[in-house]
Design a protein around this ligand. Sequence first.
Ligand SMILES: O=C(O)CCC(=O)C(=O)O
Ligand SMILES: [Fe+2]
Length: 342
Amino acid sequence: MRHQTPFRRLSMSLSEPPSSGRSSAILPAPSRATTANRSAGALSGNSPVPAVRYEHIEVTPLTPSIGAVVTGKQLRSIDAATFEEIHAAWLRHLVLFFPDQALTPAEHLAFSERFGTPHVHPAAPYADDNPAIMVIHTDADSKRNNGGGWHTDVSADEQPPKATLVHLHQLPSQGGDTLFTNMYEVLATLSPALQAFLTRLNAEHVANYSGFYGDHAPQRASPKCIHPMVRTHPETGRNALYVNPGFTRRICELSDSESAALLKMLFEHATHPRFQCRYQWSRNALALWDNRCTWHQAVWDYYPETRSGLRVSIVGDRPTYRADAVGTDGKKAYQNGVKGVA
Ligand SMILES: O=C(O)CCC(=O)C(=O)O
Ligand SMILES: [Fe+2]
């Protein structure tokens, strides 16, 4: 398979930063481990996380930056070794897609719970009398499409969901794709001076679900929270930009006009296609994404057709920036990497 460059067994610990011991927080120089792997030709795509050899699943990357399709297993019955591989692939590719998963809502929930405690959405309708099983549904009567703009899930919560698992049961005849963005790379391709500045800033995230889900009564008040703009991923030790157009309203330490200008610039930078993948769903596919280092957006291009399924999210940590983190990934700065005219 083109993605597999076996040089290292999965027994490596991905719960530790890939290059622990590195002290400089944010300088965009490759870590020693990364450099060694690169010269050995061991990296696939842009990930600084070492390649792994999978023995229980097949993993096919969608782009060098983000996303992989995982085949070979039914998620309703996986053993601990398979789960470990899925977890490692998730940390490496940020979003995984599992086609052809025959899952009842209870099985979807049970697989999701292997990642932690289910998160209850503040306002969305739910299935099976269980507020942890959120309904995803858009049809000809919908006023809006859930997840239709770039966002990370419920980032206005004090402990936003770390993982989201969406299983789609009904699809339109065409369209209804979901796009994902790699927010590690978005940060890493900014100039070192701007990265360093961002590590000192916090931003306010505000949700307003009032009327969003029609007549459905909310589970709780719409949340509001202040989070650091650069977030250190607690499992990979890598830094990601943690602001998004869906929920981030202003940068606390700046004036209104400075805040608006910087957020506009960051949002534009983050929407470059080089950081993205786009998934074309098939019926009964399940997507698993990491909200700590990605954005996503569901495209509503299939009106008046119906698209529906279920979602379970898993509670994450309170976002923090760690000055002793692995840092960013040594990408070329934005002006060297992605600007261009044609
Ligand atoms: O329907 C989708 O593809 C994703 C919608 C969304 O943003 C979500 O469920 O978090
Ligand atoms: Fe979402």
